[in-house]
Design a protein around this ligand. Structure first.
Ligand code: NMX
Ligand code: MLT
Length: 427
């Protein structure tokens, strides 16, 4: 990491342009979940409302072209994306292979982590079990040890790097343990150390079909990062700003991811799609589908997988999963239903009049792909999202420490304050 160069860049920005305005804060923004309010630095990715995400300047199709793959013309290896997020540079295949090995060498999970998970009832939600595992991993935090010894601030990024790489490398073990515990009678599958990160994860879950391995590489790559303001990334960054170590920060992020308006939406989408099928049978007509969407809306629920806080167009993460489905499972009935929903839902959400983005997001598609290859347990899906997101949040946390970013502490006000302020402005 070229930390010195980036530290100089930040210093220059502050000293030369510190007082440049970035926009006006309105009452709507304060009351509306800070939408559109630029308020944090996030180096690893940037979201354009129309075009979607760019990881260090590269769109998803560009990443699919330039990042090394496991098979010819295959999906990118997530290790390559980790390298890109960390360094801003596209790695060679050799560099990616070295990183795969590095992650493997760090992947041993202490026994007490599994014991902590085992203390929970097997009926606990997979995200609860997963986050419990992450909290137990915290016992090993290098950052916490170094901080307690009085390490100087300029060196904080080093143990943060160790923690983040350890965390990323250990999560597939913890996540697959949770899956096998809940859904496969606790019969764990040992890692295969000849495999790359995503393939090994899929293997430990119990899925070895080469197409599923490719899906997992794509899945882990595209869910990593979505700039800084989304609930999980923002939470990780916020908690990390208190110098809580990466495990504490990431566990907090996971708790945000577990909300239905955020990462849990991938679970909700598949359950919803299956309930459509159950109610209407597999030969569903467009009119029946429209009726079902309206029924969902009229019962006060959202249509999961549609809409977004920033995006104003179809999510490119949806589009690349659709490409994958067209290539590998065009006949799958649930995929065909997802395609039909793409025609039916946006006009209805537009007709509703209040929805700012009627287009599908990443979660509208992921479940049907996993389901196709046998990972049918929707309640587990957000855990997969969580494993992937550690790569984005971890990369940025390392940079937070390398750049010496401060404690995050925005100002809040009361309704009375706002009313008085508005009166003064009007006078
Ligand atoms: N179905 C029904 N109503 C919706 C939807 C939807 N898919 N999307 C937005 N709305 C409603 C929203 O609830 C709000 O209603 P009200 O004023 O009565 O509270 C109104 O439209 C305006 O909301 P927006 O400004 O368009 O959206 P916002 O930025 O507040 O929220 C989401 C963004 C993503 C929370 C929202 O679109 C949603 O609830 N979508 C469904 C859940 C989902 O797919 N979440 C996953 C997002 C991606 N991820 O992985 O995190
Ligand atoms: C994400 O990937 O974090 C979601 O699309 C939500 C967001 O960006 O706000």
């Amino acid at each position: 990491l070229n930390a010195f160069k980036e530290q100089d860049r930040l210093k220059k920005l502050k000293s030369e342009h510190g007082k440049v305005q970035l926009g006006n804060i309105t009452v709507d923004m304060v009351l509306g979940g800070m939408r559109g309010m630029t308020g944090m630095l996030w180096e690893t990715s940037l979201l354009d409302p129309e075009e979607g995400i760019r990881f260090r300047g590269l769109s998803i199709p560009e990443c699919q072209k330039v990042l090394p793959a496991a098979v010819k013309d295959g999906e990118p290896l997530p290790e390559g994306l980790l390298w890109l997020l960390l360094t801003g540079k596209v790695p060679t295949k050799e560099q990616v292979d070295a990183l795969s090995k590095e992650l493997l060498s760090r992947s041993t999970v202490p026994g007490y982590v599994y014991k902590a998970i085992d203390a929970l009832p097997v009926t606990a939600h997979p995200m609860t079990q997963f986050t419990t595992g992450v909290m137990a991993l915290q016992v090993d935090s290098e950052f916490q040890k170094a901080y307690n010894k009085g390490m100087p601030k300029t060196k904080f990024w080093e143990p943060t790097y160790e923690d983040c790489l350890n965390l990323i490398s250990r999560l597939p073990q913890v996540a697959s343990y949770v899956y096998r515990r809940i859904f496969k009678d606790g019969k764990a599958i040992a890692a295969d150390n000849t495999l790359d990160y995503a393939a090994n994860f899929s293997h430990m879950l119990g899925f070895d079909d080469p197409k599923m391995l490719e899906l997992m590489r794509l899945y882990i790559t595209i869910h990593t990062d979505h700039e800084g303001g989304n609930v999980s990334a923002h939470t990780g960054h916020l908690v990390g700003s208190a110098l809580s170590d990466p495990y504490l920060s990431f566990a907090a992020a996971l708790n945000g991811l577990a909300g239905p308006l955020h990462g849990l939406a991938n679970q909700e989408v598949l359950l919803w799609i299956k309930s459509v099928m159950e109610e209407t049978g597999s030969n569903i007509t467009t009119d029946q589908l429209k009726e079902y969407v309206w029924k969902t809306l009229k019962s006060g629920k959202v249509v999961p997988g549609y809409g977004h806080g920033v995006l104003r167009n179809t999510d490119p993460r949806y589009s690349c999963q659709r490409e994958f489905a067209l290539k590998y499972l065009p006949e799958d009935p649930l995929f065909q239903l997802v395609s039909k929903l793409y025609e039916v839902v946006p006009p209805i959400l537009t007709e509703l009049g209040k929805v700012k983005n009627p287009w599908p997001n990443v979660d509208a598609h992921s479940g049907v792909l996993l389901n196709h290859f046998g990972l049918t347990e929707a309640r587990y899906y957000t855990v997969l999202f969580g494993v992937s997101r550690s790569i984005g949040i971890g990369s940025q946390l390392i940079w937070d420490r390398a750049l010496g970013l401060p404690l995050e502490r925005p100002k809040s006000v009361t309704m009375e304050w706002l009313e008085n302020h508005c009166k003064k402005v009007a006078a």
